[in-house]
Design a protein around this ligand. Sequence first.
Ligand code: MN
Ligand code: MN
Length: 471
Amino acid sequence: MAEKKKTGAEKLREKLFMQNKNGCTAAGEKTVAQADAFCEDYKKFLDSAKTEREAVKTAVRLAEKAGFVPYDPKKAYAPGDKVYVNNRGKAAIFAVIGKKPVEEGVRISAAHIDSPRLDLKPNPLYEDSELALFKTHYYGGIKKYQWTVIPLALHGVIVKKDGKKVEVSIGEDKDDPCFVVTDLLPHLATEQSKRTLAGGIKGEELNILVGSRPFKEDEGSELVKLNILNILNEKYGIKEEDFLSAELECVPAFKAQDLGFDRSMIAAYGHDDRVCAYPALRAALDVKDPDWTAVTILADKEEIGSEGNTGLQSKFFVYFINDLARSQGGEGYRALSHSQCLSADVNAAFDPTFPDVMEKRNAAQLNRGVVITKYTGSRGKSGTSDASAEYMGQIRALLDKNDVIWQTGELGKVDMGGGGTVAMYIANLDVDVVDLGVPVLSMHAPFEVVSKLDVFMAYRAMLEFYKDKAE
Ligand code: MN
Ligand code: MN
């Protein structure tokens, strides 16, 4: 049968309308297979990096294997040199020195490696009704009810009185015990069910069950708590007081897992923002002899406003640029003014079960590639840097030229809610910034969902950004 001739309207539509194709169809089988392979490594990263400390440790290990060495501010570096800065074991910078002087600007990808979770309170352990429990204070934006009745693992560090640091990771190996926040049975939840969804589980009800057997051969009070402390003392050499100088984080004990019959997606804890942090790290590891110095930042504390000395409101990144520029006889502030940044963070993916919160024409969708978010914020673009048309134009051209599949996304309908990223803190340094990342379903839940193709496209976007040639 002969091919039907296109009408004038069809031809004009092809020319003028925005193309809107599923990324898997557009990418083709070969690229989809590359995405699947890339995500095998990503899943391993997720499982070995559930906290910001573990993410830094894993990233440094991978970087050292690729030839990165600790940065020495007193040294001058040559193009192609690879260095890293480890900020207190909770944030890190990985840089590949470019051919152009740093004063002419660097290329930055900034992702965060902290995720919502339940932190133990400074004095966490107590006994009530012959059960031992931990008090927690949640970290980041969570829907509290989602954190009950799922297996939890305990990660973190305890600094003892003598200054010795003990590392803790319990609940990940299949022979390990796990922990849980209990919830009320439906039979007795008549009153609880009248609470709003937000108040269904209250902050002070996020108590973690950690033991139930009393210390044997003795009488007295708090024997279950005593027994737990005895176990912890035997295993880690700690006393109750040592909790005061600890950072212990309860995270879901699940492993990252393929999702769907077609295995097109990954379900895991903490995609936000390891799903951008890992591609940003891999781009730094894979870029060879860039024109501009390529700088990957893995920051902490984004989920609580980028505060603290490991968050991106702190000066640690600026100090690094200052040192780097000065080592070449340049000025850090000039380097920043000429720099460009991809704020690598996630956006919400359109969920057909909850369409009302999204404006469909401007929402990101799974499998449509890496999502560029011109602005975040809330209530009339408050709290966002809002990328310029010029910078959007440059990034758009770069991605198209290199066959990176991408889309734009807005974080929900106008006035529906909102959020922010590290973009504005970097923009405040006079850097050109736009948000670029991976669309996520069930963001901030204990088990988040991303598409493998989108993860790979995030990596490709950041790698091409680093590889970009000076005119
Ligand atoms: Mn994020
Ligand atoms: Mn987040």
